[in-house]
Design a protein around this ligand. Sequence first.
Ligand code: PD2
Ligand code: ZN
Length: 296
Amino acid sequence: MSITVNFPAEVRDWIAANLSRGVAPQAIVNELVNRNNAVELASAMVDAISAAFLYGTPLPGDKLEVGGAPVSYQAEPLRVPDGPLIRLGERAVWVLSRLQRPAAVHLANFLSADECEQLIALAHPRLDRSTVVDPVTGRNVVAGHRSSHGMFFRLGETPLIARLEARIAELTGTPVENGEGLQMLHYEEGAESTPHVDYLIAGNEANRESIARSGQRMGTLLMYLNDVESGGETVFPQLGWSVAPQRGHALYFEYGNRFGLSDPGSLHASTPLRSGEKWVATKWIRTRRFVPRNQG
Ligand code: PD2
Ligand code: ZN
C-alpha cells in the first residue's frame, strides 16, 4: 500500500542540489533524519530524486507517493529496419550486430571513405575544446568528462551534412528536425570520454529548459571516421561491451522509451586513445524538434 504526502519544493531542491554535487544518497537521508524527518519519509524523498536523475525523468512535484512500486526501464525495439542489409537511399549498409538493451545496432559502410574525409576536412579548422552546457550558468564550458576537441555543424549546413542527416533519419525512423546539429569529435593520444549517459538530467535549470524546448534525448548515433590502431573504443561498462572504431562504421543506440524514462544501462565512455588519432561524428536525437538555446 502507498500513501501520498506533501513534498515541499525547498526540500526537493535541496536534495537535488546535494545529489548533483555528488553527496552520497545515504548521507542526505541521514541529514534529513537529523532534521526530524521519519527515516521512511527521508528515504522515499531521496529515492524519488535519485530515480529522476537515474531515469532522466522530471523532478517530482509537490506530492510524493511513499511505498509505491519501484521504477524500472523497459527497452523498446529500434525502428531500424530488420535484416543483415539495410538500404538507405542509394546506400547499402551492413548490420554487424544488434543488441536488445540498450537497443543498439552496429553498422558497416554507413559512410563512404570519401564522406569521412570530407567531414574531417570541414571540421578540422573549426575544432575547439569539447564543451557542455554549464549546469549552473547555462553557458558552454569545457567538458569535464571529455578531453577531445570538437565542433558542431548547423542542421543542413552543407549538402553533405544534409545528405547524411537524411540518411540518419531514414535509419532511425525519426524526423531530421529532431536531430541536434552534428557534433565532430577529435581525440589525440591520451584523450578520452569518461563514463556518462547522453540523456539530460533534470537536476539543473539549463537541462530543464532544454528538455522543455526540444524534449529529452532518446538516441545517439556515433559515426567512426577513421581506423584507430589502439584504444579509443566506445565501451558500455554495465554490459561489458566494447565497439572498436573503424572508418565508415556507425553505432546507433536508443535509451528513451514511450513512458518518458531513459535507460541507465546506456552508460558509455570512450577509452583513452593509446596511439594515432580518432575522429567521430555524433548525432543526438530528441523526442521532438530540436530548438537550440536562444531560438525558443
Ligand atoms: O567517441 C566516442 O566513442 C564517444 C563515446 C561516448 C562519444 C560520446 N560518448 C559522445 O559524444 O557522447
Ligand atoms: Zn556519449
